[in-house]
Design a protein around this ligand. Sequence first.
Ligand SMILES: [Zn+2]
Length: 233
Amino acid sequence: MTEHHSKLDSPAIFCLDIFLISVACSLIGCDKPRPTAETTPNHDEAWWSYPEEIESIVPGDDPLYLVVDKGHQLPADYVPADLVTITPDIIETNKEIQVVSILLEPLRKLNAKAQADGINLSVISGYRSYQYQVKTYQHWITYNKGDRDAADRVSARPGHSEHQLGTVVDFSTDEINHTIGDAFHRTKACAWLLENAPSFGFSLSYPKGKEHETRYSHEGWHWRFLGFRAVAL
Ligand SMILES: [Zn+2]
């Protein structure tokens, strides 16, 4: 384990200028941007595996651009500052869900656009503590009858989940009764998010066909808020 301040370059100005984002999207394509670690994927090893050396993240104050993946682990006691509960006027949720407050306005605007387009979105997961992720990962171990490889394809081990940053949401829709899973990939909501979510500063963390880079199965529901940088990565 090595100490490493794993942080992407901070932008001088944080900006959510929808027009500029839309222009940038049209230039570079927005369905794939995500924070990436400076590692070259090794196609000889199982794509869902963890690297031999895992770096301990020193979080600092701003969780927005921290790289959290299978090679970078958050401390067990890391909790982002400024967590707030998503209220129904922002977007529908299936339980009490918290995110970092900077996400509320982009989420509200994204949902308003979705509603105007006839898409009924909900948020079914947001901030998850290290301890919650312990249970989540164990659930997938049990679900897969002890097969750790199977669990690693779909779930992060504790400290390796972007959800611990508070800057990530899992979306669902009434098309699949606000559940999660592969059925989401066949919904209008999934297609709508691919088309529209980047314009609101959200980036798909685990795109289809990028498993060797992300080390996770495709998750069309898992969107990380990056703000303006969402289009520049
Ligand atoms: Zn997720």
